[in-house]
Each structure stands twice: as C-alpha cells, then as structure tokens.
Design a protein around this ligand. Structure first.
Ligand code: 8YV
Length: 310
C-alpha cells in the first residue's frame, strides 16, 4: 500500500477516503511540523496532504523520494507550494477551490460588519465591566447602505462577497480586468468606503496594500483582509491607523502568521480573527474530503479533480 503522509489532523471523513487508497499516517503533533520534521515525516510517501503552514516544495519532494506522486494542499491558496519545482519532479499538485467560497465570503462580510459597527469595541467594553448606558451618540459606527465596496481580486470568493454586499445596499467596484464596476486599482482605493482583499498572494500582490495604497484610501475607509497576510504591509497599516489615514481594519490573516503586529493588538479600530475564513465544520470537512479524493484519484492513475497546473 502506498504511504499517505498527512501533516496535521484532518476530519475522519477524509481519513476514510484516504484509507481506501493507501496507508495513512497523520502527524500526531498538535502544531505545524518544522521543515526538518516535515521532510522526515514525508520520507517514502507517495502522497502528502499538506496545510497552508507547510512549505511544500522541491526539497520536500526530494525528502519524500521518487515515489511521490501527489501533493494535496488543503486550501484554495497555494502560495506555500512551489508548483513548478514539484511539476519538474513529476508531482501533481492539487488545491481545494469552490468548497470554501461561501464560508470565506461569510467571514469577510462578518468582519466588515464587525469593524464598521464596532462590535469588538462593544464586546470589550462589556467584558471589562465598564459602566455604560444607552445614549444617541454611543459607539456609533458607519452604515453600509449606499456605500462603495472595493473588491481586489474578483474571483469566486470576491464575487460571493459582492453578492452579500449588494444585499446590504452597497455598490460594488473591483479592480478586475473587465466587466461592470471595473476600475483601476488606484481608483478603487480612492473611491471605496470598504476595501476587501480577495487576490491570491503572489510576488505581484505581496505588500499590494503598502503605505502609498493606504494613503490613497479615504480617511473614513476600512480595510478587510481574508486572503493572505503578506498582501498587506502590517507595519504600514499600523502607521496609517495611528496617523488616522483610514478608519479601521479587520484582519483574518497576518503577515507573519500566527504572529500579529503588536501595534495592531492594542487598537480599538482593528478587528482580528485567527484565520477562520473557512472554519466551519461543513467547509473544513469538504476541503479535506476534496483533498483526499484528489490523492485517491492520482494514486489510482486517474486525473485529479482540482489540479493546480504549473
Ligand atoms: C481561509 C484559506 O480560511 O483555503 C485557503 O487558502 O486560507 C481559507 O481556507 C481564508 O482564506 C482566510 O480567511
């Protein structure tokens, strides 16, 4: 039976699918493996099921050995995977598009509501047992109706966020190449009341939101990030918030994940969640099962369901 190395806990439903295709070894560590541990764990594997915190590259394939056929990333993003290096070694790469679109769009919209309606601040106020009473000027947020949402990266998740925003009476612009609402990135920054990031992390999008981009945003605007942390220059974001250049930010992902820029942690105009975009029972199960089906297909000599082409 081929060895299938799974780098972190996955739901039983996915283990069952994998168990029909090979001998499944799930890392018992309740943390990301170090590179050395990952390489040792993958030795002799025909398939590696990896997480977004694993570096899945040529060195991993070399450590696994010539029997490695497939690397299945349990995420739609694959900036942690060196696809060309794996392709060179004849290894198929797969990801998990589609199944996490709604969950991630829901979380993005939840963060948007949390930051514009100051829910984090309100929660902290109550939990700190601070005395309060209702009054007309208390913890006022910013309404969404008639406001403009700027979507950076109009893929499946960006479109799902647009759909939600339309239902809330927002108008949508995006920096996608064409179609209704398409504007330049610069115009998007200048016009949006909320900028929501949905582009993948690539060399081109690393620090796309830098000091200049933040300066171009409206002073009353908010930033929402549910893609990858390094798309935002976190130090520049802290500077921009300190200088009052934007009104707030809601972040599910971090530049140096799991660490968070310390200056953001103490700010009331920041809402933070620990990479929960796809974190529902249903979605995480669907992601893991899709990854497992990809592995099973490749090991059986069939084409994978969702391949990342080099
Ligand atoms: C996240 C992800 O939960 O699949 C991915 O690539 O990172 C998602 O599952 C989401 O993008 C973060 O909000």
């Amino acid at each position: 039976m081929p060895k299938i190395a799974v780098t972190r806990w996955i739901p039983d439903e996915a283990v069952k699918v994998l168990a029909e295709a090979g001998d499944v070894a799930v890392s018992p560590a309740d943390r990301p493996l170090t590179t050395a541990e990952l390489h040792e764990f993958a030795a002799g594997a025909s398939a590696v099921v990896g997480m977004l915190h694993d570096r899945l590259d040529g060195a991993l394939a070399d450590a696994a050995g010539p029997g490695l056929k497939v690397v299945a990333n349990v995420a739609v993003g694959y900036d942690n995977v060196d696809v060309p290096a794996l392709a060179e070694r004849g290894v198929v790469v797969t990801n998990t598009p589609g199944v996490l679109t709604d969950a991630t769009a829901d979380l993005a919209f939840g963060l948007l509501l949390a930051i514009t309606r100051r829910l984090g601040e309100g929660e902290r106020l109550l939990r700190s047992r601070t005395p309060w009473s209702f009054h007309l000027g208390f913890l006022l947020g910013s309404g969404l109706q008639g406001k403009t949402l700027g979507i950076v990266g109009l893929g499946e998740i960006g479109r799902a966020v647009a759909k939600r925003a339309e239902a809330f009476g927002m108008s949508i612009i995006h920096s996608g190449r064409s179609g209704r609402g398409s504007v330049s990135f610069q115009e998007l920054l200048e016009r949006s009341d909320v900028v929501s990031l949905h582009c993948p992390l690539t060399p081109e999008t690393r620090h796309l939101i830098d000091a200049a981009a933040l300066r171009a945003m409206k002073p009353g605007a908010y930033l929402v990030n549910t893609t990858r942390g390094p798309v935002v220059d976190e130090a520049a974001l802290a500077d921009a918030l300190e200088a009052g250049e934007i009104a707030g930010a809601a972040l599910d992902v971090f530049e140096h994940e799991p660490d968070v820029e310390p200056r953001l942690l103490g700010r009331d105009d920041v809402v933070l969640s620990p990479h929960l975009g796809s974190a529902t029972v249903e979605t995480r199960t669907a992601m893991a099962v899709l990854a497992a089906r990809n592995v099973a297909a490749v090991l059986a000599g069939r084409p994978p369901l969702t391949e990342v082409k080099p």
